[in-house]
Design a binder for this molecule. Structure first.
Ligand SMILES: Nc1ncnc2c1ncn2[C@@H]1O[C@H](COP(=O)(O)OP(=O)(O)OP(=O)(O)O)[C@@H](O)[C@H]1O
Length: 648
């Protein structure tokens, strides 16, 4: 979907997300220096900052009622667990004191067991309710974050996608959001429980035997220092893992969608090796994490066991001279174990929180980024300047006025270089006329269409619709006035009818089946669609692979005209269609062009001959403009030379 942005913007239906599709990205390796600055990945911050934590915590605000209820239930279940060693101590003492009176011992044990069973049932129920509340809140937080990341990403300008890696964006959307959501709910719950258990157990240790408690707590300061060091390391490593995972996802995603190329060049073994290299690099980073984790948790466990040993030693001595009962020693030992386990829990809470913080930094970058060209009306603009954000009745005159435009590019990681494409380009397309744009390959024909659709803004000059600078127009409204058929149309993996409906300016539900069929008839698609097994309900496969090139184009034409646009922008397919398909597509275009302003990026002589005007692009300017006969009459004209050399 992210790679299909031009199509989406063209068709405007941002709310209909049907599947992942390939956008034609011939210049993936180019990226723009001036825009790069606004989206370049920030160097990972090493230390958890309070503002990061606050922002992360703010995500759980809408769920605070559920989370607070969960914490309440957590306190109940943890309180019951903490009371357990105390009761065990009492039971041991009861057994010790009543061991000679079997009947009395049995009565006491029955009484205590019944009471404890009730308590345990309550604890179990509280825990179950807590898990449900926390988990559902976590899933809602993840959903909200995914929605926010998706909508912010999808509304970025096209240049952003030119230099973003789709797999990486997908990874942010799926893996990072899950990590953050979980660190905010389940992890926080575990952290709170562990902290509560640790504090309560320490309290009970002091209550049961202050001297033994002092011996045990000597271990806490070194473990705390270790936890802080380890937490920072984990946060840094999480960023690396997520980045490398994104690179692996990117590779897999690109190869799956380009499977025909892989198969045609028999590159399966090569691709499997490449992917394995990517996963190896993920593995190597996670291996470092595993080492750090092993060292940390190993030390914590050893420290915990050491405490138990010290308690047994000094507790045994205290018991021998009567300063401690056997029940109290048992209870104390259990509390010491609790403290050990809880410190472990607090440490893993801290490390998971750091992982969540690491992942969240990438998400904030995406969520906070303001698109350089808005995909949706800028808040306040449509209301405040309603007069110029939409036009009343569109005549369809299009004017490129002294347009200078450059793609900023350069190989990834290289010094960015400006590719000056247009300098001072002037072109007027009268309302209702059909203009064929011709020129050598790479002269910027498709770019003219991109400027009209406002995928990019010119560096200088203006693009005007009915005399109005399109930068002042509501972008959604503007794109609704233009029907666009790209050179390699992408269809979504839904039915033919749904693909055609996708072009609707308003909600696609407002387009009736009759409207769909009327558009298909005009696009010469009705005949073949009716012959498909399920007619208009036939699924077309990913990117429409189940249809032929000519069929895909005719469905795309129907999609472009279903909203009845005033302006048509047609980028002719360069790939050769068979004679029958070419005739059908050309005939369809002639029919839909009636009564509309049409700009065709033309490759076929038949299109060029039938156009009212032909605009010839050369050296970043409009070199010639005139009818076919006029231009052919210029013996040294650019157009004449192009036709002679057939280099259209
Ligand atoms: N997104 C982009 N980023 C950087 N450079 C680009 C981008 N898109 C196109 N270009 C470059 O701009 C130039 C013009 O491209 P454009 O697609 O407009 O040419 P064209 O005349 O339509 O070519 P063709 O007839 O081969 O389709 C090319 O050199 C191309 O490499």
């Amino acid at each position: 979907m992210l790679r299909l942005l031009p199509t989406l913007r063209g068709q405007r239906c941002l709310h209909q997300q049907q599947s992942w599709h390939q956008r034609h990205r011939q210049d993936l390796l180019f990226f723009c220096r001036r825009q790069l600055q606004s989206s370049a990945p920030q160097p990972p911050k090493q230390r958890p900052r309070l503002s990061d934590i606050r922002r992360l915590a703010a995500q759980s605000r809408p769920e605070r009622r559920h989370i607070l209820a969960g914490i309440g239930l957590l306190a109940i279940s943890s309180g019951i667990t903490v009371s357990l060693p105390f009761f065990i101590g009492r039971i041991v003492d009861v057994i010790d004191s009543e061991k000679d009176d079997k009947a009395a011992l049995s009565r006491s044990l029955t009484r205590i067991s019944a009471g404890l069973a009730g308590l345990f049932l309550l604890g179990g129920a509280a825990n179950a309710a807590r898990v449900y509340l926390m988990r559902s809140a976590g899933q809602r937080i993840i959903k909200r974050m995914r929605d926010a990341v998706y909508s912010s990403t999808l509304t970025q300008e096209i240049a952003f996608f030119d230099r973003s890696r789709t797999g990486e964006l997908v990874n942010r959307l799926s893996a990072d959001t899950a990590l953050v959501g979980e660190s905010l709910t389940l992890n926080v719950a575990d952290g709170i429980r562990s902290t509560f258990m640790a504090v309560a157990s320490v309290g009970m240790m002091i209550y049961v035997c202050p001297r033994l408690a002092a011996v045990s707590l000597a271990v806490v300061p070194p473990v705390a220092v270790l936890a802080v060091v380890y937490g920072r390391y984990v946060k840094r490593i999480t960023l690396q893992v997520q980045d490398r995972l994104a690179a692996a996802t990117q590779l897999a995603e690109e190869r799956f969608s380009g499977i025909r190329t892989v198969r045609a060049f028999a590159k399966e073994a090569h691709e499997i090796r490449s992917y394995s290299q990517e996963t190896q690099s993920v593995y190597l980073v996670t291996l470092n994490e595993a080492k750090a984790r092993a060292a940390f948790f190993g030390s914590v466990t050893a420290a915990g066991n050491l405490v138990v040993l010290c308690v047994l030693y000094s507790g045994g001595l205290m018991m021998s001279d009567g300063r401690l009962s056997v029940g109290n020693l048992s209870a104390f030992l259990l509390y010491a174990v609790y403290v050990g386990v809880s410190i472990n829990g607090v440490s893993s809470f801290y490390s998971d929180l750091m992982r969540g913080l690491g992942a969240s930094q990438r998400l904030w970058q995406l969520i906070d980024r303001q698109p350089l060209i808005p995909a949706l009306p800028v808040a306040g603009q449509s209301a405040a300047s309603a007069t110029d954000s939409r036009l009343g009745r569109v005549r369809g005159e299009i004017k490129f006025e002294r347009v200078a435009f450059s793609y900023c590019g350069g190989g990834l990681g290289e010094e960015a270089a400006r590719l000056q494409l247009f300098h001072g380009l002037d072109l007027t397309v009268p309302a209702g006329a059909s203009v064929a744009i011709v020129g050598p390959s790479g002269s910027g024909k498709s770019t003219l269409g991109h400027l009209l659709m406002r995928f990019y803004d010119p560096d200088q000059g203006f693009v005007r619709l009915d005399g109005v600078d399109i930068r002042t127009l509501d972008p959604v409204w503007l794109r609704n006035q233009i029907g666009c058929v790209p050179q390699e149309p992408m269809l979504f993996s839904c039915s033919v009818a749904d693909n055609i409906r996708y072009g609707a300016a308003l909600s696609s539900t407002t387009v009736s089946q009759a409207d769909v069929e009327a558009a298909a008839r005009l696009a010469n698609a009705h005949g073949f669609v009716s012959a498909l097994p399920q007619g208009y309900d036939t699924l077309v496969g990913e990117r429409g692979v189940l249809l032929s090139g000519g069929q895909r184009q005719r469905v795309a034409i129907a999609r472009a005209i279903v909203k009845n646009p005033r302006v048509l922008l047609l980028d002719e397919a360069t790939s050769a269609l068979d004679a029958e398909s070419e005739y059908l597509v050309h005939d369809a275009l002639l029919k839909v062009a009636k009564g509309r302003t049409v700009i065709t990026i033309a490759h076929r002589l038949s299109t060029i001959r039938t156009a009212d005007l032909i605009g010839v692009l050369s050296d970043g300017r409009l070199a010639e403009l005139g009818s076919y006969v006029e231009l052919m009459a210029r013996p040294n004209g650019v157009f004449r030379r192009l036709i002679d050399r057939q280099t259209l």
